[in-house]
Design a protein around this ligand. Structure first.
Ligand code: ADP
Length: 285
């Protein structure tokens, strides 16, 4: 396996605030990693470090480079979208293509034009004349036309309605992603992206609290909904988190075989949002 991002004991402080606290992880080629955490968890700081926008302590390697010190080389193989709606409103689509062609060695104008031909976007239109959805399509078309090895998306669909958000992710999977590429995404709307992720990393108070391939989630975690009587029995198996729902106990277990819980109530694999709550709140229970 090839590590696209490799972090060892990476920390970053702003004054007395420890934004990223001694994190270590690897992201392999061809993966789509969801970086999930509440506001202030350290996601943006970590992404900035990966993009070489901020220095950090520890060892960080991205595409085999030190992102802060070899940023220029790194940028040739990385794409970053902070928010899809940031294209200058005055620019014409054709001017945008001219601009990208002149600055980016890996931008393929031919590919961008091919993709735009599948939309209603005319090359003579200005960005301000396009609908929000069309701007998203335009943004994705130009990103897709850049032959980058790593795409970093920080809350890319903020401000877009649900249809555009769905289209954005569908296009990302269909037109962009392949096993030669790697994507890191942060979003608050975890439920919209969880089917697309191959891996998930939870971050809270600057620390990684979970880093797992998605397929391992159903093997390692199970949620039980039990009556009070069964809940007392299940409690002996040490749930990592429990909550009350409609008079029943919902418990999340880590590393407990489903057979051991059979007969105690309904079992299901927690979704990413529930698992996040279980890991973060459970640690505080
Ligand atoms: P997230 O992206 O998960 O919301 P951030 O990485 O933006 O979290 O922030 C992590 C912590 O670092 C927060 O406590 C935030 O206030 C602090 N922080 C982020 N950027 C700066 C900065 N430029 N100066 C000072 N503190 C910062």
């Amino acid at each position: 396996m090839t590590s696209i991002v490799s972090a060892r004991n990476v920390s970053k402080s702003y004054g007395s605030t420890l934004a990223v606290d001694n994190v270590s992880f690897d992201i392999e080629k061809g993966r789509i990693m969801g970086l999930i955490g509440p506001n202030g968890a350290g996601k943006t700081t970590l992404l900035k470090a990966v993009l070489g926008l901020t220095d950090c302590q520890g060892t960080l390697s991205v595409l085999g480079l030190d992102p802060f010190r070899q940023r220029k080389d790194l940028m040739q193989n990385i794409c970053f979208i902070a928010d899809v709606a940031v294209l200058p409103r005055w620019i014409k689509v054709s001017q945008l293509l001219d601009f990208l062609e002149s600055i980016h060695p890996r931008f393929s104008r031919e590919r961008a034009e091919e993709l735009l031909a599948q939309t209603k976007i005319h090359k003579t239109a200005k960005v301000r004349e396009l609908s929000k959805g069309m701007v998203t399509q335009l943004h994705l078309s130009i990103i897709t036309a850049i032959d980058a090895k790593l795409l970093v998306l920080d809350e890319p669909t903020i401000g877009l309605d649900i249809i555009f958000r769905k289209d954005f992710y569908a296009n990302l999977l269909n037109d962009y992603f392949d096993e030669e590429r790697t994507i890191i995404i942060t979003t608050h709307q975890v439920e919209e992206i969880e089917n697309l992720l191959t891996d998930v990393m939870f971050i809270n108070d600057g620390r990684v609290v979970l880093d797992t391939p998605m397929e391992a989630v159903s093997e390692r975690y199970v949620e039980l909904m039990a009556t009070a009587e069964n809940a007392a029995k299940a409690k002996h198996l040490n749930p990592i988190y429990e909550k009350d729902v409609f008079g029943k106990k919902v418990m999340t277990f880590e590393g407990v075989e489903r057979e051991q819980l059979q007969g105690l109530g309904d079992l299901r694999t927690p979704d990413v949002a529930d698992l996040f709550v279980a890991k973060v709140k459970g640690a505080a229970q």
